[in-house]
Design a binder for this molecule. Structure first.
Ligand SMILES: [Zn+2]
Length: 541
């Protein structure tokens, strides 16, 4: 039974992707699509128990995966990197058999999954985890030492996924509703995971086990492990909307303690400012942590990784504290249901940097910040990736900077800041903790803003040319009429553009056909207003 389902799946995927793109294999589809062996069950909870041995750089442990059936099946898929051995898979209904195909692990179950039926899988595993060559861009474990020569360990896996280091249902479309983490480490280290700290207990003469509980749904790649001889302190911040107290806990190396205490106080400002803009910090019961890591940073939910230099950017704030905390709203609470739509994480978060500058330093400074971001747009490949495959082949950083400018340009179209911020907040209330596709999100924004935004999003997220606003002087110079049209790769691009006529700002409404607009005064100059909308202006004769 298992084999036949798999064979059918295998062939249908091969056929689809051999037509669309040769570069993907059936294994990529098995890993990246939400096929029947994944959609037949819903994740409820992970209980990850892990022993980490820094001396041998070795992991051994168990992940008990609690699930609820969604449709009938005798097989299901989990994922685990090939560098690990699976020792056994017990389930609530007996011992399971399994077959490994790349990083996919397909289980033959001793029971039938049925809708509503609860069950669990206990995966015992061990091995040397992949060591990251260039974290956090290349994921994996990072084994560093502090200035006292003590281990300083972290892991990041945004591109590769959680199965890089523990057995998981590694697809963004499903999130466990809660996670229980228990990390055993040598006694001279402090282990830090996401969520609430539950306690520490002695396991052997040389090790302690640290326990944490995440009480909200969490992205797979956000589950994390840190260990070092951390110095810790606590603080609180008032959540601006509810007025409730949020607990904050900080973990820094001894040699950086004073610098961290000075720099990380900015997290309170970020939580206050973004709370006012997008609604309160979305994981209040789990608290907020900042942890010093041996890699630049990562948005690990309620347990932000910080590995920067404790210095401010030119705009006067700490980029990693701001950006990674911004992900708590964009990426962690509102998440993409396929890696191809990761712009939902990065574009909104990068745009929130500009809104942060706006809140603290005003609109002019925020414009300067956006111009600084714009210089990084490359237009090498679309912002959207390819869905249903193991896609992580990003050619540039456009999902950050072009994505930020997509949203900034949309704000110009909306032309109503109250409505614009209401729209941003509506995304959170509509899709929070329910992973969403880019298309569904776009439809929601179109409906909320009462304007068809599909050509707009297609042009900015699927195409790589700049929208070009063409203009020509219709009559002789000095008679005040100009024709405008959008030249775009998509049809029906009917949106306003900001331009300067004789140095004065105007909002031009046009589409892909010529629209003539009469101006009162003779036309001397026509210039693009490049601070409000992502486009280029071109005069044609
Ligand atoms: Zn990011």
């Amino acid at each position: 039974m298992k084999k036949r389902i798999l064979t059918l799946l295998y062939f249908s995927l091969v056929t689809v992707y051999s037509i669309q793109a040769q570069k993907y294999t059936a294994l990529d589809s098995l890993r990246g699509s939400y096929h029947a062996n994944r959609s037949c069950y819903d994740l409820n909870q992970y209980h990850l128990q892990l022993k980490v041995d820094p001396a041998t750089r070795y992991l051994s442990g168990t992940n008990r995966i609690f699930c609820t059936g969604l449709s009938e099946s005798r097989s299901l898929q989990i994922d685990l990197d090939q560098s690990f051995d699976i020792l056994s898979i017990e389930t609530s209904g007996g011992t399971a058999k399994w077959k490994r195909m790349g990083s996919s692990v397909v289980l033959q179950l001793p029971f039938l999954i049925e809708p509503g039926k609860k069950f669990w899988l206990d995966v015992v595993y061990k091995g040397h985890p992949h060591t990251a060559a260039d974290p956090p861009w290349d994921g994996g474990f990072v084994w560093e030492t502090d200035s006292d020569g003590l281990p300083w360990i972290g892991v990041s896996c945004e591109g590769e996924g959680a199965s890089l280091w523990f057995p998981s249902k590694d697809h963004p479309a499903d999130e466990p509703d809660s996670v229980f983490l228990q990390y055993e480490v040598p006694r001279n280290l402090v282990a830090v995971g996401n969520g609430q700290f539950l306690g520490r207990k002695a396991i052997s003469d040389s090790t302690y086990q640290y326990s944490y509980k995440v009480t909200y749904p969490i992205n797979q790649y956000n589950v994390t492990f840190n260990a070092a001889a951390y110095q810790t302190w606590s603080d609180t911040v008032l959540l601006p909307v509810s007025g409730k107290v949020l607990k904050m806990n900080f973990y820094a190396l001894r040699e950086d303690l004073e610098k961290a205490k000075n720099q990380w106080v900015q997290a309170k400002t970020v939580l206050s400012v973004l709370g006012r803009q997008f609604g309160d910090y979305p994981f209040p019961n789990d608290g907020y942590k900042l942890v010093q890591t041996p890699y630049l940073g990562m948005e690990h939910q309620s347990c932000i990784a910080y590995g920067d230099k404790f210095e401010n950017e030119a705009f006067g704030f700490d980029y990693i504290v701001m950006h990674e905390t911004g992900h708590e709203w964009w990426g962690n609470y509102t998440s993409a249901n396929d890696h191809a739509d990761l712009w939902i994480h990065e574009s909104f978060c990068t745009y929130s940097e500009a809104l942060y500058v706006e809140a603290l330093q005003g609109k002019e400074k925020a414009m300067d910040y956006l111009v600084f971001q714009k210089k990084k747009i490359k237009n090498k490949s679309p912002v959207h990736g390819e869905r249903d495959v193991y896609f992580h082949d990003w050619k540039d950083s456009d999902m950050y900077y072009k994505g930020s400018w997509t949203l900034h340009s949309l704000r110009f179209i909306v032309n109503d800041d109250v409505l614009w911020f209401d729209c941003l907040r509506s995304i959170r209330s509509q899709f929070g903790m329910k992973p969403v596709s880019s298309i569904t999100l776009q439809k929601h924004m179109s409906a909320f803003l009462k304007r068809d935004l599909s050509p707009f999003f297609q042009q900015f997220l699927d195409k790589t040319q700049w929208p070009e606003l063409e203009f020509r002087r219709v009559l002789k110079d000095g008679e005040g009429t100009i024709a405008f049209r959008w030249k775009t790769e998509v049809k029906d691009f009917q949106y306003p553009a900001p331009i300067f006529i004789n140095g004065n700002p105007h909002r031009i409404e046009t589409g892909n056909r010529w629209t003539e607009i009469a101006f009162r005064d003779p036309i001397k100059t026509v210039e693009a207003d490049e601070r409000l909308f992502l486009y280029r202006l071109k005069e044609v004769k």
